[in-house]
Design a protein around this ligand. Structure first.
Ligand code: ZN
Length: 145
């Protein structure tokens, strides 16, 4: 038997894609929706995990690190310089440096492989899939093998 629960999380963030041929190379943002698929043994109540715990742990990480911030690729020197200039003028700007281009694919992979195992440690629950939706029509999935 394989039971999965799915928690949906909304957040807003800015990004740009280095090397993109079109408009995604410009600084812009999305109202993202993330679907966290988790599995594990049922507890005495009959749950894989309480939905509130998924929201608190994975959603909490997203809200703290990505929500209303700018997700910038580590190799995006131009944007990193612009963000630094913004800060040096005393303007507050939340930024998260990702070790790769912040595509929906890379964000899903990062949440599935790096964030989820860390924040769900000790719960006995593991994330098996993360879906990152950039728009209603476009999303990327990372399935953890
Ligand atoms: Zn975009």
């Amino acid at each position: 038997m394989n039971l999965q629960v799915v928690r949906r999380i909304h957040f807003s963030a800015g990004h740009r894609l280095v090397g993109h041929e079109g408009a995604c190379a410009y600084l812009h943002g999305h109202n993202y929706v993330v679907f966290i698929h988790a599995t594990g043994d049922l507890d005495s109540v009959g749950r894989v995990i309480d939905f509130a715990v998924l929201k608190e742990r994975v959603g909490g990480w997203i809200l703290e690190n990505w929500d209303h911030g700018f997700i910038v690729a580590a190799h995006d020197d131009d944007t990193r310089r612009a963000l630094a200039a913004f800060s040096s003028h005393g303007l507050k700007q939340k930024a998260f440096v990702l070790d790769r281009n912040p595509t929906a694919e890379n964000m899903a992979h990062f949440l599935a492989r790096e964030v989820s195992p860390k924040v769900l440690g000790g719960t006995g629950v593991r994330v098996v899939k993360i879906v990152v939706q950039e728009t209603e029509n476009c999303s990327a999935e990372c399935v953890v093998e």
